[in-house]
Design a protein around this ligand. Structure first.
Ligand SMILES: [Zn+2]
Length: 466
């Protein structure tokens, strides 16, 4: 039996914050999904829209899981309405992770043995806990299993981030990093589903794209990388065929590429976006301009290399939801955050220069983390850390938030996510502190609503760290 947790918590969990009396409460019937909530307001609150604009003091009306009204000023006759007082607080759209690999990271281990419905739900609940409304899983999923999870979410069996996923394509038997590859192949064996589509030549590659499309898959991830010589690299004639066939069928193609020098050819072929920036070294302003003109996005993915050297187990924003045994190896032997920041000023200056070049060229930056591709790169947590890196390297906090909301939604085709505007899904983070003053304030999460229903963060925390 599913009850409307939003109204329950508004009515009974917030006594100190409520401005007026609560009148009637109508429970929803058991069949309704999390797409449906009832009506409530958040008032006296700073509203970060997600498109670069902010309302310093306003209110938001939520009805049936959607945003009904967004307005500056005070809510009229507020006492008569079910309302959350956001005095001194900020709301922003829930975040979206444009590059993840769901299913392999469990609560205390990583690998193919974890891949299945229950662990996928746990991963998506973790995203929701950290204020994410959607996640793109990049080419490592068993379609029937992950579709069953998304269907369960839509049926209201759990509250978590919406999942989008891609068919993975590379030369036969290749694709992900060597460790990940063996685990993805093990899942394929175990569940008898195609995860990785092998591409032999242009004609056969077109057939593979048609096969993925016939299976209802909307995205293709291609790997253009020889993994330092241990794998074969996808050749231009093959990826050109993949992208053209995908375009004909209305599918988007996102790319893992090892070098910036591969980007011009991929852009000319019509690639829709890059899941790793590669914006140091051989990246130049010509590539930035070509990316901007073509409308493709770039996910910089800075944190994947950086956070693995940092003692993230010391960070209570993470250790709050993991047992001490799991956190201990993420602490020992690594740099503290302060030391990690001081390291290597030359390459830091290079990163700043190339990132600013990309921003100046007008390239759409999309938040993405590669969480789950390797052990101990945790879902959700890494997204907040990535925003922090964007600001350290030269973005304004507002630009970083747009990368994680509106930009991500647009490029993933999530039409009604990523902004707090009428008609959009009521995917909202209520923050105690203002992230426009310090991007690390995206961590000051007080409440999360997905499609107007509150994520029960304390229940999740208790489940994960009793
Ligand atoms: Zn990846």
């Amino acid at each position: 039996m599913k009850v409307n947790s939003t109204l329950l918590s508004v009515a009974f969990g917030l006594s100190g914050c409520l401005t007026g009396a609560i009148f009637s409460y109508t429970p929803l019937n058991a069949q309704v999904s999390d797409q449906v909530g009832d009506a409530f307001f958040i008032e006296n609150v700073r509203i970060i829209i997600g498109d670069g604009n902010v309302i310093e003091n306003g209110f938001l009306e939520i009805e049936n899981g959607l945003i009904e009204t967004v307005s500056a000023g005070a809510l009229e006759n507020a006492e008569a309405k079910i309302s959350i007082d956001g005095q001194g607080k900020t709301i922003m759209p829930a975040l979206i992770d444009g590059h993840s690999h769901l299913g392999y990271q469990g609560r205390s281990s990583w690998g193919s043995q974890n891949y299945g419905k229950q662990n996928l739900i746990d991963n998506l609940e973790q995203y929701a806990y950290y204020g994410f409304s959607a996640v793109f899983s990049a080419g490592s999923d068993a379609p029937n299993i992950i579709n069953s999870v998304e269907n369960a979410r839509q049926d209201g069996e759990f509250i978590g981030a919406q999942v989008l996923f891609a068919a993975g394509m590379a030369p036969p038997g290749q694709g992900p990093n060597d460790q990940f590859l063996s685990h993805a192949l093990a899942v394929e064996d175990e569940v008898s589903e195609t995860i990785l589509y092998g591409l032999e030549n242009p004609e056969q590659a077109r057939k593979q794209v048609r096969a993925a499309s016939a299976n209802g898959i909307k995205f293709i991830k291609i790997w253009v990388d020889d993994r330092g010589g241990s794998q074969r690299k996808l050749s231009p004639p093959i990826y050109e065929a993949v992208i053209e066939e995908a375009e004909n069928l209305g599918l988007k193609v996102f790319v893992h590429q090892q070098f910036a020098s591969d980007m011009p050819g991929l852009l000319s072929a019509g690639a829709h976006g890059f899941l790793h920036g590669r914006i140091g070294q051989d990246f130049d302003s010509d590539i930035a301009n070509q990316t901007s003109v073509s409308g493709a996005f770039i996910i910089p993915n800075w944190g994947l290399a950086e956070l693995r050297r940092e003692a993230i187990g010391e960070d209570s924003f993470l250790s709050d939801i993991f047992t001490n045994e799991v956190m201990q190896p993420l602490t020992a032997g690594n740099d503290s955050r302060q030391n990690a920041l001081r390291r290597d000023s030359v390459s830091e200056a290079e990163r700043v220069a190339s990132f600013l070049g990309l921003i100046d060229a007008g390239v759409d930056i999309v938040l993405g983390t590669d969480a789950g591709a390797v052990p101990d790169h945790p879902f959700g947590y890494t997204g907040h850390r990535e925003l922090e890196i964007y600001v350290r390297l030269g973005m304004t906090p507002m630009q970083a938030i747009v990368a994680g909301t509106n930009n991500a939604a647009r490029h993933l085709g999530l039409e009604f996510k990523g902004e707090l505007k009428p008609g959009f899904s009521a995917d909202i983070i209520l923050l105690e502190q203002n992230p426009l003053e310090d991007i690390r304030n995206t961590r000051s999460i007080e409440r999360v609503f997905l499609a107007g229903v509150e994520v029960d963060r304390s229940r999740l925390k208790d489940k994960w760290k009793p």
